[in-house]
Ligand binder design. Sequence first.
Ligand SMILES: C[S@@+](CC[C@H](N)C(=O)[O-])C[C@H]1O[C@@H](n2cnc3c(N)ncnc32)[C@H](O)[C@@H]1O
Ligand code: SF4
Length: 415
Amino acid sequence: MVADCGVATAAAGKSITRTVRATRIMASSAILADLNPERTAPPLALYIHWPFCVSKCPYCDFNSHVRASVDQDDWRDALLADLAHEAKLLPGHRLSSIFFGGGTPSLMEPATVEAIIAAARDHWPAADDLEITLEANPNSAEAAKFADLARAGVNRISLGLQSFDDRALAFLGRAHSADEGLRALEAAQAAVERVSFDLIYALPEEDETIWSATLDRALGLGTEHLSLYQLTIEPGTRFATMVARHEFEPLDADTSATLFEITQERTAGAGLPAYEISNHARPGAESRHNLAYWRYQDYAGVGPGAHGRRTGMRTVRHKKPENFLAAVERNRHGLVEEEYVSRNEAAQEALVMGLRLAEGIDPSALAERLNVDRIVDEEAVDRLVGHGLLERGGRLRTTPRGRLLLDSILAEIAV
Ligand SMILES: C[S@@+](CC[C@H](N)C(=O)[O-])C[C@H]1O[C@@H](n2cnc3c(N)ncnc32)[C@H](O)[C@@H]1O
Ligand code: SF4
C-alpha cells in the first residue's frame, strides 16, 4: 500500500429534522463562541516539509534530496516566511496539529523546530492538546537529539524503523542497523509520550512465518500506534529500474494479500486495529494530523513540495529545495500554484480519502458539507454491499475484504 508520508441527498423528512437540529447547534455554538471564539474556530492541521536525507532509499519517491550541506539559518528563515504567508490566507482557525514530515526532519536543528512551533502558535490560537509530530530516522546521531526536540515542543515521534532484520534493512538501502533502530525507539519513548514506528513488509520472498514473527515483535514494543506499509514499487525509483532489469521480483499479489490479512488480524487481536489501510492504533491514539487529511479538513502545507488544502483551493509549492529557496527570496512564499477545486472534484477527493478510514464516511453529511447533490452512485454501492465489499449503517465503509480492493471499489461508486 502506498505510504503517506488524505451520496444521495437525504430524504425530505430527514433534511427537515437536520435543519431543526442544525439551528439548535448553531444557536448553542453562537453562545459558546461568545464565551470563547477560539474554541469554535475550525481546526487546522499544519504540515512542514523538510526535504533533506542522509541518503536516498531505493524505494522512496517522496520529495527528498541529498545535499552536502544545508544552511539551517537560511532554511529556518525561508520556512518561517512561507508559514507567515500561509497564515495570512488562513485566518480564524484553531491549530490542532503540526506535522514535521520529510525527507528526514530529525536532521533539523531543535532550534529550527522550536522557532517554527513558536511562529505557528503566534499565527493561530492552538488547541490545548496540540499534537506536534516529527518524523525521525533511527540513526544514532539523530536519536541523540530526541530529548532536545521534545524540549522544543515535539510531543509525538514517528520513527522509520522499517525492519528488525539487518538483511532486509540492507536491501531497503537504510543507513541504520536493526539494533540502532531499537535503541532509537527506546530514546524516542524516553523523550516523548506518543511514539509510532513504520515497518515495510511484503518484501521479495517474505512469507507468513517471517511477517507474523515481525508483527509479534512490533506489537510487543509498547507503542500505541504503528504504520505498516506494503512495499510498493514507485515509478522513477531505483527499485523500479531494478525490477525492470529483473534484478528482483516483487512479492506476488496473493502472498501480499495474505500478509495484509494477517496484519489486520494480529493488530486487532493486540488492541491496535487498523483505523486506516496502513495505520493501526489503540482507540484514541490515532494520528490526529493524518485523520484531518482523511476526514477532508483544511490543512496548511509549508516547505518544498508541500501540498495544502484551503477551503475550495489546492496549494502546491516548489519541490526542488533550491527553487523553493529562490521563490521565497523573490516572493516571500514558496507557492507555485493555487488551484480552485470544483465542488464535485472535492466530493470525489473526500470519498477517496474517507474510504481509506475504517470509520468510512457519512455520505449525506459529506454531501451537505461540500454542497453537492450526491457523493456516490447508490446503485453501485448496493451492488458492492451485496458482494460483501461495502457495508452501510449510518456510515458507508469498506468491509475487511473490500479494503483490499479499494481502488476498484472507488472506480465503481464514484459519480
Ligand atoms: C516520508 S517517509 C519517511 C520518513 C523517514 N525519512 C524515514 O525514512 O524513516 C514515510 C514512510 O513511508 C514509507 N514508504 C516510503 N516509500 C515507500 C514504498 N515505496 N513502499 C512502502 N513504504 C514506503 C516508509 O515506511 C517511510 O517510513
Ligand atoms: S530516509 Fe525516508 S524520506 Fe529519505 S529517502 Fe529514505 S525513506 Fe525517503
